[in-house]
Design a binder for this molecule. Structure first.
Ligand SMILES: Nc1ncnc2c1ncn2[C@@H]1O[C@H](COP(=O)(O)OP(=O)(O)OP(=O)(O)O)[C@@H](O)[C@H]1O
Ligand SMILES: [Mg+2]
Length: 309
C-alpha cells in the first residue's frame, strides 16, 4: 500500500471497539522500530491524547521521538475546508445568488452531505504525499460517520453528475456560468481522486469485538465498503476473554465463543488478529506497547504494481 513514501492505515469499527487503541499502539510500535509515525484522529470527540496520557487536544505533537499525534475536531476540519475551497466557491455562487458568506457555508455543507468527510479524505491524501512520516495511522470516528466518510467521494461524484444540467439552465451570463462549471469539475476531480486514494493507497483494518451485535453488523458494513470498491485488509478482534480465573470471566468467555467461531469461520480469508481483554483500561506507553506487540507490525507495503519484475 503506498502513497508516495508513506503507508496509510485506517482503523474502522463501531463505537468503543478499540480503533484509537489500535491506531495508537501501531503508531508507537512503528516509532520504536525507528519509522516515524503520525496517529491522526478525525473523530469529533478525539481520545488520542487521553490514551497517551496527555492533557487537552494536540496538533502535530511529538509524544515520543518519531511518534506524532494530531487531533482534528469538526470545527477545525470545517475551517480548513473553508480556507481551501470556501471563498472560491462562494465567489462563484454569490455571482448569481444574493447570500452572505456564513449562510452560504451552512447551505453548502447541508446541501452536500459529508462535505467535511470528503475534505478529511483529501487532507489525509495530501498529508500522505507531503509530510515526512513513514506511517500515517488514521483513527476514525465510530462507524456511522466512518461509513459516510468512506462513501463520500462516490456520493459526491454521483451528486455532481446532475449538477452541470442544473447549472446550464441558470439564467446567468455566459461568463458567470463558466466559473461555476469549473468549480464543479474541480470537485468532481477531487471526489474521484479521494476515492481512488482510499481504494488504492489506504490499508483498511476493521476492528470488532466478539459480541452478537458487533458480529451481526459486520457483514453489512463490509458489504457497504465493497460497494464502494473498498476491500478490507485485516480484521482485528478486540476484547477477547482469554484468562478465565473467575466464574464471571468463564461465563463471559463462554458467551464470546460462538461469536468468535463465527468470525473466524466467516472471515477466514482475511488476515485476523485477536487481542485479549486487559484487566485495565489501555492507557500509557507500556500497555500500548503490549497491544502493539500483539497486533504485529503495520502490514508491509505491497510492491509497486507499475514496476516491471
Ligand atoms: N483489549 C482491551 N482491553 C481492555 N480495555 C481495552 C482494550 N481495548 C480497548 N480498551 C479500552 O476500551 C475503551 C475504548 O477503546 P478505544 O477508545 O480505543 O475505542 P474506539 O473504537 O476508538 O472508541 P470510539 O468509537 O469512541 O472512538 C478505552 O477505554 C480503552 O482503553
Ligand atoms: Mg476512538
Amino acid at each position: 500500500m503506498t502513497a508516495g513514501t508513506v503507508d496509510v492505515h485506517v482503523f474502522l469499527g463501531k463505537g468503543g471497539v478499540g480503533k484509537t487503541t489500535c491506531a495508537a499502539a501501531t503508531a508507537l510500535q512503528m516509532a520504536e522500530a525507528g519509522e516515524s509515525s503520525l496517529a491522526i484522529s478525525t473523530d469529533p470527540t478525539p481520545s488520542l491524547s487521553h490514551i497517551f496520557g496527555l492533557q487537552g487536544e494536540h496538533r502535530e505533537r511529538e509524544v515520543l521521538p518519531g511518534l506524532f499525534i494530531t487531533e482534528l475536531g469538526l470545527s477545525e476540519v470545517r475551517a480548513m475546508w473553508d480556507e481551501r475551497f470556501g471563498r472560491e466557491v462562494y465567489a462563484v455562487f454569490s455571482s448569481f445568488v444574493d447570500i452572505d458568506y456564513p449562510s452560504f457555508v451552512q447551505f453548502v455543507t447541508a446541501m452536500l452531505p459529508g462535505l467535511n468527510e470528503e475534505f478529511m479524505v483529501d487532507y489525509i491524501r495530501r498529508l500522505s504525499s507531503a509530510a515526512g512520516y513513514r506511517h500515517i495511522l488514521w483513527d476514525t470516528a465510530p462507524l456511522g460517520q466512518t461509513l459516510a466518510l468512506l462513501a463520500m467521494p462516490s456520493l459526491l461524484a454521483e451528486h455532481l453528475r446532475m449538477a452541470p444540467r442544473i447549472y446550464s439552465h441558470l439564467r446567468t451570463s455566459g461568463e458567470r456560468k463558466e466559473p461555476v462549471m469549473q468549480v464543479i469539475r474541480g470537485w468532481q476531480q477531487l471526489a474521484a481522486a479521494c476515492l481512488e486514494f482510499l481504494r488504492r493507497d489506504v490499508h483498511l483494518s476493521m476492528v470488532t469485538i466478539p459480541e452478537a451485535l458487533a458480529v451481526a453488523q459486520l457483514d453489512s458494513v463490509i458489504g457497504e465498503l465493497q460497494r464502494h470498491g473498498l476491500a478490507l485488509h485485516r480484521l482485528i478482534i478486540n476484547n477477547v476473554v482469554q484468562v478465565t480465573d473467575s466464574a464471571f470471566l468463564a461465563r463471559k468467555a463462554e458467551q464470546q465463543r460462538p461469536q468468535l467461531e463465527q468470525l473466524r469461520e466467516r472471515y477466514r480469508s482475511l488476515p485476523m488478529v485477536e487481542i485479549p481483554l486487559f484487566s485495565e483500561e489501555v492507557r500509557g506507553i507500556e500497555q500500548l506497547r503490549a497491544i502493539g506487540g500483539l497486533l504485529g507490525p503495520a502490514p508491509a507495503r505491497e510492491p509497486e504494481r507499475s514496476t516491471p519484475a
